[in-house]
Design a protein around this ligand. Structure first.
Ligand SMILES: Nc1ncnc2c1ncn2[C@@H]1O[C@H](COP(=O)(O)OP(=O)(O)OP(=O)(O)O)[C@@H](O)[C@H]1O
Length: 235
């Protein structure tokens, strides 16, 4: 077990929880899709897992020494540091030398070689997103948490990211991916967490969602839509 979340509620104001009964486990080598309508609480849940959001009742357990990489929904860059300096600062914070890692290969993979000495605050949105991906990979995380990773990426970078995540999972690392791209989630993820109606609607692989939604051959979007409309969670 990498991480076990058991939240009775997650809130900004305790009197009005945005989510109730969010209970799931992340195991080694799992690629989990976190799905929910706009405002359903995906980013807040992610922030709670990362310790960037405090408001919750319940518990969160992590494996000792768990290394988490985070690709945020909106890139966060320092104005006064070049791309290369971002890499070196991030590496130093993990007591690593950036150039002793596989960072060169990642820079090539995302076609960012030319950008190394430029300032990321002058990058396009997609280039900033690539920087976030490379930074998140730098400490070789056991669990990669990615929030809407495909926003702003060109089709080549999308493929590069999907290939990278596929390799990571094949090597026993885990991914929690928040996305609105249900087709991609269905194709790549082996398990899902569905949020809606201020709660966790269902959790598990597609066959579990099909069982809970009572749609034996339903696609992910069919199950999600049904559960979203009925607001049901299997007891
Ligand atoms: N800082 C905040 N203070 C109070 N409420 C907030 C804050 N940030 C988010 N919320 C509320 O929490 C709820 C969940 O927001 P969140 O951003 O987690 O949703 P989301 O599922 O990630 O949405 P989207 O798909 O649009 O990115 C929303 O009702 C939102 O208005």
């Amino acid at each position: 077990m990498l991480l076990q979340a058991d939240f009775r509620s997650i809130y900004y104001s305790p009197k009005t929880p945005i989510l109730e009964n969010v209970v799931f486990t992340i195991e080694e080598g799992q690629w989990i899709g976190l799905l929910g309508a706009n405002g359903s609480g995906k980013s807040t849940t992610i922030k709670r897992l990362l310790g960037l959001h405090e408001g919750s009742d319940g518990s969160l357990h992590q494996r000792d020494g768990l290394r988490i990489g985070y690709i945020p929904e909106r890139p966060i860059v320092y104005d006064t540091l070049t791309f290369k300096e971002h890499l070196e600062l991030c590496a130093a914070s993990f007591e690593l030398n950036a150039w002793d890692t596989s960072i060169d290969e990642l820079i090539r993979r995302f076609e960012m070689e030319e950008a190394l000495h430029r300032f990321p605050n002058e990058f396009s949105k997609g280039m900033q997103q690539k920087l976030m991906i490379i930074l998140a990979m730098l400490p070789q995380p056991d669990l990669l948490i990615v929030d809407e990773p495909f926003m702003g990426l060109d089709p080549f970078a999308n493929n590069a990211l999907l290939e990278l995540l596929t390799e990571e999972v094949a090597n026993g690392r885990s991914v929690l991916m928040c996305t609105h791209l249900v087709d991609i989630a269905e194709k790549y993820c082996d398990s899902f967490i569905l949020l809606g109606q201020n709660k966790m609607l269902a959790e598990g692989p597609l066959d579990e969602l099909q069982r809970v939604a009572n749609l034996p051959d339903g696609s992910l979007i069919d199950c999600f839509q049904t559960l979203h409309q009925t607001g049901r969670k299997d007891k």
